[in-house]
Design a protein around this ligand. Sequence first.
Ligand code: DLZ
Length: 165
Amino acid sequence: MASKLHNLSDYDFSRVPDAKGMRFGIVVAEWNSDITGALLEGAVATLKKHGALEADIHTQTVPGSFELVYGSSLMVDSRRFDAVIAIGCVIRGDTPHFDYICEGTTQGLAALNNRAQIPVVYGLLTCNTLQQALDRCGGSLGNKGDECAVTAIKMIDFRRQLEQA
Ligand code: DLZ
């Protein structure tokens, strides 16, 4: 979890494999688009920083975080990608809706991760306040998009190493 001790953008650059030739599908929720747009920017910049080619990064939007599950599932089944990154941001409101969306999206992505042949990376911010979201999309606690990009690269490499062994 992000905390004052852990910035989401802090990682050991030297421990991230070369991403050249890796293919990424990114699904982005339109709800809270200022936040999800910043998360996407962070993810794409970090993928490129590690060698991913623009042509190998495919982005698709979905209406809300709940649709990340179906959108990611379509990307997985297309067989065009080595990893899928799901990006969304849910901010608590006055009703229990927040809990249902967070739970449904999280369970859905976890189930997809279990059945998919490629990694599905969890880029969902679940925040009590707008400020918490701002802190995590390029603010005081870094950018979760960066973390997702690094995770995707490492998990693709993990799979490749097992396949080669
Ligand atoms: C309906 C809804 C609400 C209230 N809040 C959010 C939110 O904070 N973040 C988000 O990504 N999506 C939200 N949505 C939309 C749902 O994710 C979904 O798109 C709709 O319920 C339609 O399935």
